[in-house]
Design a protein around this ligand. Structure first.
Ligand code: NAP
Ligand code: SF4
Length: 670
């Protein structure tokens, strides 16, 4: 039966033919994501639980993180590989569990090439990548040939392990992509030189895989639509490759945007939703096999729209399924307003993985900890008071209600959200509003007694079995002469709109919020075309790799961002997103001043000493982003036991990831 709201997204699709044909129950693909659980055999049951929860949640096809076809293709030392029967046997634990939950799962085969973070890495050439310290060795012709066969063997092992399909990773700048681009392939043997010889490796990988697994087993190939690096492929080459892959036997073309070393953001929150859909639509015009759209698609509405417009046949969402395993089930039940939307922050997923930690999710701390962080239904319906409705309090209140406790949530202000509400005012962080929408809806569905505009005192909390104090933080006021000058405002006043800064602004404090405020102050409204132009994204039919000269930004204000530390500004921002925030500061001509001492503030502006020399930043407004102090008068005044969480517990380096995790973990342990 056709779904009334998402008729395209929730329609089945058959991949392949014959006995191995795979009927997908819908068009939602959970894209490949390395979680860190792939690399160690003892994590296999945790990984199975992670996938099973998504299968139960209705995903059409799950794709695993990348498994190397050879040791030299590892992502890092001793990383995941699928190279022998023992591996295949072990994976039956995953495939069996997913099938029992009604799902389908594909194994991704990925050779890291020069992105391998280890001394054994190999590449199409010996050119080192800018994002790894290791120089790869250039593969000999024989090694290339053997690696193509190794890919095919891994695909065959995937089939043996019970996987329903295999995905060959050909995008994001990994080995196959490296063979395709002149940037990294300067070979003069049969695997390099002309574009058609550069295509030989991926085509051989697919041809040999097809030969080994027979006609019916679905083979997905992830093709790079835009390399976004100099010396990347042209559209003509991409289209030609797609046709060769189709002829060689791929069943589905999944898509990827941008190499990991590209300096254009492709998935983080500042990338407009659906930014890359037109490139998938272009590929769909070229081939007959189903095409899968990906990157920065995080709602069922957008996914449906892409499919309904005929731009793709499937939609891949990776992080959105980390954020909410029941994404599809909720769409199916017309409860999309209950989806815990991925806000594309990368904070707990990719940033963790790139720091060698297990992935999780800022808005869903249970992700990848399904067997460890469990919200068990309570046997005794205790009463719980939560004071403060920022991220920590919201997570605690909803988790407690989910366990079956009777929860009352007190919030002093008339609105929920705390510091998170300020964050969503920052340009490019609009998605953060979805987290608040999710929590508000959860509170409603779970029947939490929400008391807004209520300052809870000890008397209000007397009758509760458990009291959770999440009273948050307040902006720190630094001890600088003249700090009470009328030109001074706090970041909270600026982001909330209570104060509209003048044309010249000095920002005190260059942490995450100082950077965000600088972006807020300089931002001019832009549509998708402007956004692409500001990042230098051009038509790949005209420009190699889809890169052209960036259009300069015209900042709305003159901003000077100041810190006392001598380290480069923005160095402490997220591993996978910080570079993009720093680039926006540069594009917006924000003046960066490190190593400053604050002397005073007066009518002239902000007086500093830098390198022993006094200077003044002439400013109409001075915005203070000097961190926060905990608000805990309530907690300190209580004469009963209570739990303290979030910024009220520890203001230093407070972020929503810690706040939400702490609120959830506390309640799981009650
Ligand atoms: P923060 O990152 O701790 O930065 C506050 C900055 O203020 C410090 O870098 C410090 O720099 C300065 N400062 C501290 N005390 C001061 C004082 N007494 N006088 C003058 N300057 C002082 O805090 P935040 O920017 O408020 O951010 C809060 C949390 O949210 C952080 O964990 C942050 O990572 C997170 N966040 C992250 C992002 C992002 O990653 N994009 C965005 C927003 C928020 P100096 O001592 O060098 O001057
Ligand atoms: Fe999405 Fe952020 Fe969660 Fe990653 S951590 S899945 S980007 S919400």
């Amino acid at each position: 039966m056709t779904h009334p709201r998402y008729p395209h997204l929730l329609a089945p699709l058959t991949l392949g033919t014959g006995p191995d044909a795979l009927v997908l129950r819908n068009r939602v693909v959970m894209g490949s994501m390395h979680t860190g659980l792939e690399d160690r055999p003892w994590d296999i049951d945790r990984l199975a639980a992670f996938f099973t929860e998504r299968a139960r949640g209705g995903v059409g096809l799950i794709i695993t993180g990348g498994y190397a076809p050879t040791k030299r293709g590892w992502l890092k030392p001793f990383a995941s590989e699928m190279t022998n029967r023992l591996h295949a046997a072990r994976h039956e634990r995953i495939t069996g569990a997913v099938h029992d939950a009604g799902g389908a799962i594909a194994l991704q085969v990925l050779h890291a090439g020069r992105y391998g973070y280890h001394p054994l890495s190999q590449g199409a050439s010996a050119r080192k990548s800018p994002i790894t310290p290791f120089r790869p060795s250039a593969m000999s012709s024989k090694e290339v040939d053997r690696t193509a066969t190794a890919f095919a063997r891994s695909v065959a092992l995937a089939r043996k392990a019970g996987y329903d399909a295999a995905e060959i990773m050909g995008s994001e700048g990994y080995l196959i992509n490296q063979f395709l681009a002149a940037r990294t392939n300067d070979r003069d043997d049969q695997w390099g030189g002309s574009p058609s010889r550069r295509m030989r490796f991926p085509v051989e990988v697919v041809r040999r895989s097809r030969e080994l697994v027979g006609d019916d087993f679905p083979l997905v190939y992830r093709i790079s639509l835009l390399d976004l690096v100099e010396g990347g492929q042209t559209w003509e080459e991409t289209a030609e490759l797609a046709l060769h892959l189709q002829a060689a036997g791929v069943t589905v073309l999944n898509t990827g945007i941008g190499w990991h070393e590209a300096r254009v953001p492709t998935i983080i929150t500042q990338v407009p939703r659906g930014a890359w859909r037109s490139y998938t639509a272009r590929l769909k015009q070229v081939v007959d096999v189903p095409v899968c759209a990906s990157n920065r698609i995080n709602t069922p509405e957008l996914a449906e729209d892409i499919l309904a417009a005929g731009e793709a046949d499937l939609v891949s969402m990776a992080r959105p399924l980390l954020a909410d395993p029941a994404f599809v089930a909720k769409a199916m039940d017309e409860r999309a307003d209950e989806i815990n939307t991925c806000i594309a922050c990368n904070q707990a997923c990719l940033d963790h993985v790139f720091s060698n930690e297990r992935a999780s999710c800022l808005v869903n701390p249970r992700a990848c900890r399904e067997t460890e962080l469990v919200l068990m239904p309570t046997l005794r319906r205790r009463t719980v008071a939560v004071v403060g409705a920022g991220p920590a309090g919201l997570a605690a209140a909803t988790s407690a209600a989910e366990r079956g406790f009777a929860v009352t949530l007190f919030e002093r202000s008339p609105r929920l959200g705390g510091q998170f509400r300020l964050a969503m005012a920052v340009p490019g962080k609009e998605d953060f509003a979805d987290t608040l929408r999710y929590f508000m809806r959860r509170l409603e569905v779970l029947g939490v007694d929400v008391r807004l505009g209520t300052t809870a005192g000890p008397g209000d909390l007397a009758g509760f079995d458990e009291v959770v104090v999440a009273t948050g933080v307040e902006p720190r006021i630094p001890d600088i002469p003249g700090i009470d000058h009328p030109s001074v405002a706090s970041y909270a006043d600026v982001l909330s709109g209570a104060v509209v800064p003048g044309r010249r602004v000095a920002v005190i404090g260059a942490g995450g919020i100082g950077v965000d405020v600088s972006v807020f102050l300089t931002h001019q409204a832009e549509d998708l075309d402007d956004w692409l132009a500001h990042w230098g994204v051009g038509d790949p039919a005209l420009h190699e790799g889809g890169l052209t000269e960036a259009k300069p930004r015209t900042p709305a204000r003159e901003v000077t961002l100041v810190q006392r530390k001598t380290t480069p500004i923005g160095i402490g921002l997220g591993r996978t997103s910080g570079w993009a925030h720093r680039a926006v500061l540069r594009q917006s001509h924000v003046t960066l001043v490190s190593g400053a001492t604050y002397d005073r503030i007066d009518d002239e502006g902000l007086h500093l000493t830098v390198d022993g020399a006094a200077r003044v930043v002439a400013a109409d407004t001075i915005v203070v982003c000097a961190g926060q102090d905990s608000v805990r008068d309530l907690y300190d005044g209580l004469d009963r036991p209570a739990h303290l969480i979030g910024g009220a517990d520890l203001a230093a380096e407070l972020d929503a990831e810690r706040a939400i995790r702490q609120g959830t973990e506390l309640v799981a342990a009650l």
